[in-house]
Design a protein around this ligand. Structure first.
Ligand SMILES: [Zn+2]
Length: 355
């Protein structure tokens, strides 16, 4: 008799498990039961063989399973049945759980990466390269769709446009301002030149340099393509191919269809900070008192605390308290002097406030 391996025989029919001794012989396994009966399993009897990670082996013969935990059993078994691929493993067996996780990660990670990182980067790049007349076309489609939602106050629109023109901020875009009657405190910039100011935003201001600050901030969003970049990032999933192929007609269509949702387009903090910074530069160049910007933020903060108006601007322009501090630090570092409101600006401001 060949030497034996301790094993357990599980019988699915009876549900019993019993200790046995297995002796591998040439082309046969002798299984010695506790009552000294001996079973012989030849190759055709064995339906499947599984080698587990811990070195144990499970052989199946119909409804009976033989479990051998001694690690040396496997090589003894292979000597009994040479040249036989007893342990034909599935792909899963070969790579194991870890391998499965790794393959899963190898498939999922690039897709996830594409969506979360590559797409926005591509969209951002495309937006940087968009010609300004395309930005205007997109902004115009957007403005048309927004225009049907809000009620434009033509008198205030004329005055604020006059105010903006008198500021003489430098811009590559033809900035068109529209004031709309809305109870919420908000303002936003569209690609290509449109700025929409809600009249409630003007309502919280008590000095002309605050209006100048708002317009400088929004004009900077346009000048530095923040609106276009944010729009493209937001639409990247829908519009990847149109954007990459430069088919901007689709962009205009989508923008026209979703104008209302897009009006609340939230900029990233870094773009907000850039608009504040560039806005202050515009103000400094026009010799407008720079305190207008932190003052405006303070006004918005107080309004939000009062809870009288829904401060939409705060939800689309995050981190206002930080921005008060940051702009004040910037102003100190600029050392730009006090600035001045010209009699012309003062007069336009008075006219606006009397409305
Ligand atoms: Zn902003």
């Amino acid at each position: 008799m060949p030497s034996g391996f301790k094993a357990i025989l599980h019988d699915r029919n009876s549900g019993a498990s019993a200790p046995v001794v297995v002796r591998p012989g040439p082309g046969v396994l002798f299984i010695e039961l506790a009552d000294s009966r001996i079973l012989d399993w030849t190759l055709p009897d064995i339906d499947s063989a599984r080698a587990l990670d811990d070195g144990s082996v499970i052989l199946q013969n119909g409804r009976r399973f033989l479990e051998v935990t001694e690690p040396s059993f496997r090589s003894a078994l292979e000597r009994s049945f040479p040249k036989n691929k007893l342990f034909q493993q599935t792909f899963f067996d070969r790579i194991g759980v870890g391998g499965c996780l790794i393959s899963f990660a190898l498939i999922i990670l690039p897709i996830w990466g594409l969506y979360s990182w590559l797409l926005p980067v591509l969209a951002e790049r495309a937006a940087q390269k968009v010609p300004s007349d395309v930005e205007k076309q997109i902004g115009e489609a957007w403005f048309q769709s927004v225009g049907s939602i809000y009620r434009v106050d033509s008198a205030k629109t004329r005055i604020v446009q006059q105010f903006y023109d008198a500021l003489a901020f430098e811009s590559d875009y033809d900035i068109r301002i529209s004031v709309v009657n809305e109870p919420v405190v908000n303002a936003f910039a569209l690609p290509g030149g449109h700025i929409v100011v809600f009249d409630s935003m003007i309502g919280i201001m008590d000095a002309p340099e605050q209006l100048a600050a708002l317009l400088a901030h929004e004009a900077s969003h346009i000048q530095w393509k923040h609106s276009t970049r944010t729009l493209f990032r937001g639409l990247a999933n829908n519009l990847l191919f149109s954007i990459v192929l430069g088919n901007y007609g689709d962009v205009s269509t989508i923008v026209a269809q979703h104008g209302e949702q897009l009006a609340g387009l939230a900029y990233s903090r870094s773009l907000e900070q850039e608009a504040d910074e560039k806005g202050l530069e515009l103000m400094a160049a026009a010799r407008i008192p720079l305190r207008g910007m932190p003052d405006l933020f303070r006004k918005m903060n107080t309004t939000a605390a009062d809870g009288e108006l829904v401060p939409t601007f705060l939800s689309t322009h995050p981190g206002i308290t930080d921005r008060i501090q940051t702009t004040e630090d910037l102003i100190r570092s600029k050392n730009a002097g006090a600035g001045i409101i010209s009699p012309e600006l003062q007069q336009i401001w008075q006219e606006l406030k009397q409305r």
